[in-house]
Design a protein around this ligand. Structure first.
Ligand SMILES: Cc1cc2nc3c(=O)[nH]c(=O)nc-3n(C[C@H](O)[C@H](O)[C@H](O)COP(=O)(O)OP(=O)(O)OC[C@H]3O[C@@H](n4cnc5c(N)ncnc54)[C@H](O)[C@@H]3O)c2cc1C
Length: 504
């Protein structure tokens, strides 16, 4: 009899109702959050709400046989979390084609031209910039040394309620408090000025469409890593797969399209989501399979069926349309987002636009002061059907027809025009929102105005997952502490009844 009662007591202590977690946003941050919550709490129910397409700002499009990344396109080789997520999802990381030469344009002429001969490129670098580039060469790697301190913290499950605490713990906070321009001036005097205005600004315009005065020094160094140590990868088949496959492997239920309009807290501390009616593209059926990462039909305009024990907001609040009625949130500093337009053009670049007799470069960056409406030009490949070159341009606004006519030979065709609310308009000294908005409510995109990249999104997802897990465990423990005595009592009573029945 006593052994039966003991079993009931043990069962009562280990049984807890399945905890439900909502993740708002199906980009890299949302997928990362779902993955790490699943790793920590195998039996949790994880539901992801995505209003548009899984992948978020990582989206690709097939342009006549060339898979074009319209948003996030490359990942630096030491971005360990993206690599881990890709491996967990069974995705292959491949090197993008690296053939082709780079040039830098100041709006009138090419001021730097890479040569097929490494030694010639080196001489050109020295001739134009002296040895300043040499002194700066190791600066992004030195920053990354500190950045790698984030990984053991994440592995140990260390949590921080605020991004500043995380950045201070690894010695990176100061980088977010000055512009890249100020940082370079402070550390190198004016010796880097020309290099900064041309090559460094060129890279930052490609990556963030912002100049050295606007960008904070952390984002500036993150952006320069692939330039100083050029080893990058992308996900075979398209970067958007990182989110969709990771969600599948995490066995998350994906509601898509499902735009969350409001997050409300109930009297018992749990959360209810209110969904918005909205037309979207829907989940790519091939990417999300029922039973794995289920693509559930979303109950548009309704309230999600049950309350959630924790909510991770895995999207920048700006532009999300999310409201938090009745919740007293901490101060969330206002951020603006940089608009970037990705234009894919099929056709031939006019060499004369760059003062050339033949277009020998596959990538052209622009200097800080170049008075042109585009910020980068890169060769994507050749169309499968007619072997014509495809080019991608980034710009802040849709490129005026007059400009594309000037840059491309007659007969060119604009294949894609995609406008992004791309990344924060950096505004050092950066003031960041907390990761923890309330008990059980977490905000991944809080770190994005320190630097914006898929790796940063993966880190944000993992940090908010750790915070959510901590909250869920504490809630489960509190629940057990509250219910335990009753359950023990009930078990003893049932055991006593069983004993009485057996005696009879
Ligand atoms: C043009 C461009 C080029 C880039 N290049 C690179 C690069 O080469 N390498 C790199 O590492 N990074 C790059 N980035 C940055 C990178 O894409 C982002 O930092 C990263 O993808 C952000 O991921 P996220 O999950 O935080 O946000 P997102 O990808 O924006 O995901 C948030 C998701 O939430 C959804 N959502 C928003 N509101 C709601 C709501 N109310 N309800 C439900 N769902 C909602 C959105 O639809 C979106 O899918 C680039 C970005 C752009 C735009």
């Amino acid at each position: 009899m006593w052994s039966t009662a003991l079993l009931l007591v043990i069962a009562a202590c280990s049984v807890s109702a399945t905890q439900r977690v909502a993740v708002i946003g199906g980009g890299v941050a949302g997928a990362s959050a779902a993955h790490y919550i699943r790793q920590a709490i195998g039996e949790a129910s994880i539901e992801v709400f995505e209003r548009n397409q899984l992948g978020g700002r990582a989206q690709e499009q097939d342009c006549d046989g060339v898979l074009v990344e319209l948003g996030a396109s490359i990942v630096w080789h030491k971005n360990y979390l993206v690599k881990d997520l890709a491996a967990a999802a069974g995705l292959e990381c491949v090197s993008p084609p690296s053939d082709g030469l780079l040039a830098v344009y100041d709006g009138k002429e090419l001021v730097f031209e890479q040569s097929t001969w490494g030694i010639v490129s080196l001489l050109r670098l020295i001739l134009r910039y002296g040895f300043s580039w040499w002194s700066f060469r190791s600066a992004p790697a030195a920053m990354f040394e500190k950045f790698t301190g984030i990984y053991p913290l994440l592995d140990n499950g260390t949590t921080f309620d605020r991004p500043e605490q995380l950045l201070k713990a690894v010695g990176l906070y100061e980088y977010t408090q000055a512009s890249l321009f100020e940082y370079l001036r402070e550390n190198y005097g004016s010796s880097l000025d020309l290099l900064a205005k041309e090559l460094i600004a060129g890279v930052n315009k490609v990556n963030y469409n912002q100049n050295n005065m606007q960008i904070n020094a952390l984002a500036g160094h993150v952006s320069l890593l692939p330039a100083t140590e050029p080893s990058v990868f992308k996900i075979k088949g398209g970067n958007s797969q990182l989110a969709s496959r990771v969600l599948q492997v995490a066995n998350a239920t994906v509601h898509c399209p499902a735009a969350v309009a409001a997050v409300q807290q109930l009297a018992d501390g749990r959360f209810q989501l209110e969904l918005q009616k909205q037309a979207g593209h829907g989940c790519p059926a091939g990417d999300v399979q029922a039973g794995a990462g289920q693509c559930a039909e979303s109950p548009s305009g309704a309230t999600a069926p049950q309350p959630f024990d924790a909510v991770v907001v895995a999207t920048p609040l700006e532009g999300s349309g999310l409201t938090f009625p009745g919740l007293h949130l901490p101060v969330i500093p206002a951020r603006k987002f940089q608009q970037t337009v990705a234009t894919v053009i099929k056709g031939a670049v006019r060499p004369s636009y760059f003062g050339l007799s033949a277009m020998t470069y596959s990538a052209v960056m622009v200097t800080e002061e170049a008075a042109v409406p585009w910020s980068s030009l890169s060769l994507l490949g050749r169309t499968a059907s007619d072997n014509v070159t495809l080019w991608k341009l980034f710009s802040s606004e849709r490129l005026p027809h007059a400009w594309t006519e000037m840059m491309f030979e007659a007969g060119y065709e604009v294949v894609v025009n995609k406008t992004w609310s791309a990344y924060p308009k950096f505004d050092p000294p950066e003031d960041m929102a907390p990761f923890k908005l309330a008990d059980g409510l977490f905000y991944a995109a809080a770190l994005e105005n320190a630097a914006s990249a898929m790796e940063v999104a993966a880190i944000e997802g993992r940090m908010t997952a750790a915070l959510a897990v901590k909250h869920l465990r504490a809630a489960a423990a509190a629940q057990q502490a509250g219910q335990g005595p009753q359950l023990v009592q009930a078990g003893a009573e049932r055991a006593a009844e069983e004993g009485a029945a057996a005696a009879a």
